[in-house]
Design a binder for this molecule. Structure first.
Ligand SMILES: Cc1cc2nc3c(=O)[nH]c(=O)nc-3n(C[C@H](O)[C@H](O)[C@H](O)COP(=O)(O)OP(=O)(O)OC[C@H]3O[C@@H](n4cnc5c(N)ncnc54)[C@H](O)[C@@H]3O)c2cc1C
Length: 485
């Protein structure tokens, strides 16, 4: 029987195991799959803390229903009945401008009236179709956005999107790696607006795309799936999906099994989990590293220093989530009517944004309460992410007071820290991935599957898990490959 070891029981590792099991069942083949997870519970960054009637997401709060990889996994798992779409009353989303929350415009008339951009910036943005396409091999998002849209639109439209998705720095992130669709659109149509018109949506669609990336919503104010789809999650939080996946993979999952060594042997791979006399060794015909790139780097350091160096060079942004609950009765009228807000860097505030979680998914707070989640830190403010709780929490509360008018004492506070929170696909990332792929092609049976590489979202993880499973199956030669990178 072929033996497959997966290191890491986050969504990438669990979904890879599920896809492998599915493929094996379809062919009536026996595969021995082992997932080694360091922690005593599965899910990695995907975990919901259920306490006092609140559902506090430690990391992700959902996926877009327009991205079919995650949705496809849900359908194959048969969990459509557990899905929960963002509430239609959470349609409005805001960006901080000059210390005020300004609604993000979603239609051309709203865009023209909006105070989010100055008149000069709007005129510059409308000039976008006449800006020549760039020729750089790899350009930063900041440079690309300033070139096409002008510096003010970069600062107030693109910068918050990048904070919201990557907690990243647009001046360092690679446009081709992080926003490939916009790069392709420029290459194909010479302009984003012309491209959006060609794709039958025009400027509103482009704005909607940006809004959707920022907040997980389509344009038009409604909740129906726009080009960017609707944020979708699970009753009881994202942990619900993790529980279903963990049940499906069953005994394959070993918790509290930190992998400490990887060796290449004549028959394939030998994976050591645990330390000292408690180390258990797992032989593998195929090995999938579904753990963060820095962990893979350490595990491969002595045997494959060059590959290890490339993996270790992928940077991460630290991010800290500060969740706060309030009594609804203590809030000003309409204070949480919407999805949340994001703060552009030029506003010089110590939060990246605040999601109004219980407005988006009402089951996130008990009756009579609301739940907000502030994001702090990111690539540009790693110092804030590590600030002590007694600094961090008052700082967040002050921002909530200044921008939302909420001065009440919170009923619940929870701080979740991610030192290695979100991988940063900086300029050069795609070249690095090409070098990593070249190394892997010389190491048959070794595969990478994590959000460090080819997409940071849950949907990306679901896509990469399917591909990893296809590649493992192809490597083992038990059935034809169904996909490829
Ligand atoms: C604050 C925050 C908010 C986010 N919001 C969203 C969102 O709304 N929507 C979205 O799509 N995405 C979001 N993301 C991204 C999303 O969380 C990731 O795409 C996804 O969770 C990554 O899953 P993964 O399995 O690739 O990695 P991980 O979750 O990092 O899982 C890796 C696993 O490997 C294990 N591991 C590590 N070392 C070892 C070892 N030596 N041996 C064994 N196991 C090991 C870890 O314990 C972990 O369980 C967010 C991320 C953060 C941090």
């Amino acid at each position: 029987m072929d033996r497959i070891v997966i290191v890491g029981g986050g969504i990438s590792g669990l979904a890879t195991a599920f896809r492998l099991r599915q493929a094996a069942d379809a062919e009536g083949r026996a595969l021995q799959i082992t997932i080694l997870e360091a922690e005593d519970q599965p899910g990695g960054k995907m975990r919901s803390d259920r306490e006092g009637g609140f559902v506090i997401e430690r990391g992700p709060n959902g996926f877009l229903d327009s991205r079919l990889n995650a949705l496809g996994l849900m359908v194959d798992l048969g969990v459509e009945n557990l899905l929960m779409r963002a509430d239609k009353n959470a349609a409005k989303r805001f960006v901080c401008r000059d210390g005020r929350l300004v609604p993000l415009p979603e239609t051309p008339p709203a865009f023209l009236r909006s105070s989010l951009l100055s008149g000069a910036a709007k005129r510059r943005l409308m000039h976008e179709p006449w800006i020549p396409a760039g020729t750089a091999h790899d350009e930063s998002i900041g440079d690309l956005a300033a070139r096409r849209m002008g510096p003010e639109a970069r600062d107030y439209l693109v910068d918050p999107m990048i904070s919201g998705v990557y907690a990243g720095d647009p001046a360092r992130l690679s446009a081709a790696a992080a926003l490939p669709r916009l790069v392709l659109m420029e290459r194909k149509y010479g302009s984003w607006i012309r491209g959006a018109i060609a794709l039958q949506g025009g400027l509103p669609r482009l704005l909607g795309k940006i809004a959707g990336r920022v907040f997980g919503r389509g344009p038009g104010g409604g909740i129906s799936a726009g080009p960017s789809g609707v944020l979708t999650s699970f009753k009881g939080g994202v942990t619900t999906l993790v529980q279903v996946l963990a049940e499906r993979v069953g005994a394959s999952l070993r918790l509290g099994a930190p992998v400490t060594s990887i060796e290449r042997v004549a028959t394939g791979w030998l994976v050591g989990a645990g330390t000292g006399e408690g180390t258990h060794y797992y032989p593998a015909d195929a090995l999938v590293l579904a753990c963060p790139a820095d962990v893979s780097s350490r595990l491969l350091q002595s045997a494959f220093p060059s590959l290890s160096g490339e993996l270790g060079a992928i940077p991460y942004a630290s991010i800290t989530v500060v969740a706060v609950g309030f009594n609804k009765a203590d809030l000003p009228e309409g204070a949480v009517d919407g999805f949340g807000f994001l703060v552009p860097e030029v506003e010089h505030r110590p939060v990246l944004g605040v999601l109004w979680d219980s407005s988006i998914f009402p089951d996130r707070a008990p009756p009579g309460q609301v739940l907000l989640r502030a994001m702090v830190g990111g690539a540009r403010h790693p110092d804030l992410a590590v600030a002590a709780d007694d600094v961090l929490v008052p700082m967040v509360l002050q921002q909530i007071a200044e921008l939302m008018g909420i001065r009440a004492t919170p009923t619940r506070v929870r701080v979740v820290r991610w030192a290695q929170g979100i991988p940063q696909y900086n300029v050069g990332h795609l070249d690095r991935m090409a070098r990593i792929d070249a190394s892997l092609s010389r190491l048959p049976g070794l595969f990478l599957c994590h959000n460090s590489y080819r997409g940071i979202s849950l949907d990306d993880c679901c896509r990469e898990a399917q591909l990893a499973a296809d590649h493992v199956i192809s490597h083992l030669g038990v059935m034809p490959c169904q996909g490829g990178a």
